[in-house]
Ligand binder design. Structure first.
Ligand code: ARG
Length: 590
């Protein structure tokens, strides 16, 4: 469906042409004075010089040419030469009718659907998830859902950190504690036990212990590095332990992400591309891209236009070991070979921006990607506490994700239970609290532009008023409850027919709704979930204003009432579609 702004602009362009001016002057925008008009056109101002005429005179002529237009109910030329516009309620209603009948509410399929890969989540196996990984998961999931909704073919990959020193540390600590385990017996040739020699809680305790020890004890660190090397060279017992660490840890990660309503299509990790590294290194050497510098193998990635120093991309260290970026480059190669994406989007902490700049340049220079392949870095800012510093526990430690979720669930439960009008049994309240808490957490994050730091304020995020997830869910619950009551009295919401707006509040609500397709397209194009948030906040405000001004269910004029019900049905569906792409859902009631 054509976007409403395009339809209006077309009409305006036609009027400029009819009046004898360049049609291009007829561009229409949303009004920046909503108290005066709904849309505006500043074309007469722009054309004044060219046509050597007072802008107001041009505006008046154009307004004259719009006499009898079906799209506008009001076109006024105001000094010094603006065209203030109001839409014909009939036209708006017709647009909404078409929107209601369309599966995606007027959003057209993309002309060229793309294959998009999203690299997000990026947790490190055996290390507890912390809030830093939260943002990647929340933002990436939403970016994925938006692109998929718009009609692209999207694959989300978790890109597990499963190959680094943390594995060697765990193995070393296990050996300290249980030297008799069969995995450490080099002479052992039999099968290894199917059951892991630890549980997830032990594993989570082992890693920080080992990491702490390695910082203080150089010999311990040496051992861990050696264990990492042994593992990477394929020592059987270590491989078997690695498999246990993976299965225990991944099962736990799956549970955690499920709670967050985050789903990955691929659970690939750094380990999966290790065998691709040697041939890639050969390829880079053979192509003359990589050369030895101070013993290390590097690829130059600086460009003439650089204003700051971009260091070379190191492929192998002087001891032959590969690095974080070697793995990322091999992963790009793997993705190009198996998925052939048009675009790869990385949702990673913005502090890794320079790093990714090097990786992208290296991938381009060494032709691991096609010239037209788009590599996009979506860097996010830090989640801070109310003191403006990176979020910590009350004791000052790194906040575990589970603890954070627990805290927000409890706060939400407390708020729901303390409502005066509460009619919900405790069990339902606990379930509802979880659903609403997730909206609080995700909306609190997504409503900010991703690159900005933001303050995690549990009190504000869980509030049912203001720009919050719970406010949106309350609005949806309110719509659902009105529709349910309408049904109880024999009405059929799905059959209801829209009517032209008969009040300002109703029209404002309609005008919010018509922007859905343009908003969703922009949110996808700009990988900007915050645009979806801003849209539903505006929509929810317009709905609540309308609701407070209108006695919907007691209206005597049947056609009017039905029209409102139809409007509610559409608003409810649009809101639910939007929260779905943001990655949360609404409870039946609150
Ligand atoms: N595991 C990494 C970390 O915790 C994030 C991975 C980001 N993705 C990537 N392709 N490098 O910092």
């Amino acid at each position: 469906m054509k976007k409403i702004l395009e339809m209006i602009s077309d009409e305006m362009k036609q009027a400029f042409t009819t009046a004898g001016y360049d049609g291009e002057l007829g561009k229409v925008t949303l009004s920046n004075r909503p108290d005066l008009c709904e849309y505006q056109c500043n074309g007469a101002m722009a054309g004044a010089k060219r046509y050597k005429k007072a802008p107001i005179a041009i505006a008046q002529e154009v307004a004259g040419a719009l006499d009898g237009s079906g799209i506008f109910s009001e076109v006024s030329a105001v000094n010094p030469g603006f065209l203030n516009l109001k839409l014909n309620p009939e036209f708006v209603k017709d647009y909404l009718v078409k929107m209601s009948q369309d599966e995606k509410f007027g959003l057209d399929a993309p002309e060229h659907p793309k294959k998009i890969m999203i690299d997000y989540g990026g947790p490190n196996v055996a290390k507890p998830l912390h809030v830093g990984h939260l943002r990647s998961a929340i933002i990436g999931e939403s970016v994925k859902r938006i692109a998929r909704y718009v009609g692209h073919e999207v694959t989300g990959d978790i890109h597990l950190g499963d190959w680094g020193l943390q594995m060697g540390l765990i193995i070393t600590e296990l050996q300290e504690r249980h030297p008799d385990l069969v995995y450490f017996d080099a002479a052992y040739t039999g099968e290894y036990p199917a059951e892991p020699p630890f549980t997830i809680s032990e594993l989570e305790e082992i890693y920080p212990t080992a990491s702490g020890k390695s910082k203080e004890d150089a010999a311990y660190k040496e051992k861990a590095m050696d264990a990492t090397f042994q593992l990477q060279s394929g020592v059987r017992g270590y491989r078997a332990l690695w498999n246990h660490i993976m299965s225990v840890s991944v099962a736990d990660l799956k549970k955690n992400y499920l709670n967050l309503n985050v789903e990955f299509d691929l659970w690939k990790g750094e380990s999966d591309v290790q065998n691709l590294i040697p041939p890639m290194v050969e390829y880079m050497k053979d192509g003359g891209y990589a050369y030895i510098s101070e013993g290390a193998l590097v690829v130059d990635v600086k460009e003439e236009t650089d204003t700051k120093e971009i260091p070379p991309c190191m492929i192998l260290k002087s001891d032959g070991a590969s690095l974080y970026n070697t793995t990322d480059l091999a992963t790009i190669r793997d993705r190009m070979d198996t998925i052939h994406p048009d675009t790869i989007i990385y949702v990673v902490d913005k502090r890794q921006e320079l790093y990714f700049e090097q990786v992208f340049r290296c991938a381009r220079k060494t032709k691991l990607v096609q010239p037209e392949t788009e590599l996009k870095f979506l860097g996010f800012g830090t989640m801070n506490g109310r003191d403006g510093k990176p979020f910590k526990t009350r004791e000052g430690g790194v906040m575990r994700l589970e603890a954070l979720i627990q805290e927000i669930n409890e706060e939400m439960y407390r708020k729901i239970m303390s409502q005066e009008s509460r009619s919900m049994p405790e069990k339902e309240a606990a379930e509802t609290a979880k659903i609403v808490a997730l909206s609080a957490l995700k909306y609190g994050d997504l409503s900010n532009q991703a690159s900005k730091d933001y303050i995690f304020d549990i009190d504000r995020f869980t509030s049912s008023e203001g720009d919050t997830g719970p406010y949106i869910l309350y609005t949806i619950a309110r719509i659902k409850s009105i529709l349910a009551k309408y049904k109880e009295t024999g009405g059929q919401p799905e059959e209801a027919v829209l009517q032209p707006a008969c009040s300002e509040a109703e029209k404002s609500l309609m005008l919010e709704l018509v922007g859905f397709n343009a908003m969703m397209e922009a949110a996808c194009e700009e990988t900007a979930p915050h645009k979806v948030c801003a849209y539903i906040y505006g929509l929810a405000n317009a709905f609540n204003h309308f609701y407070h001004e209108t006695k919907i269910l007691t209206e005597e004029d049947a056609a009017k009432k039905e029209g409102w019900i139809a409007l509610l049905v559409l608003a409810g569906k649009v809101l639910e579609t939007c929260i779905n792409v943001l990655g949360f859902s609404a409870p039946e009631r609150m």
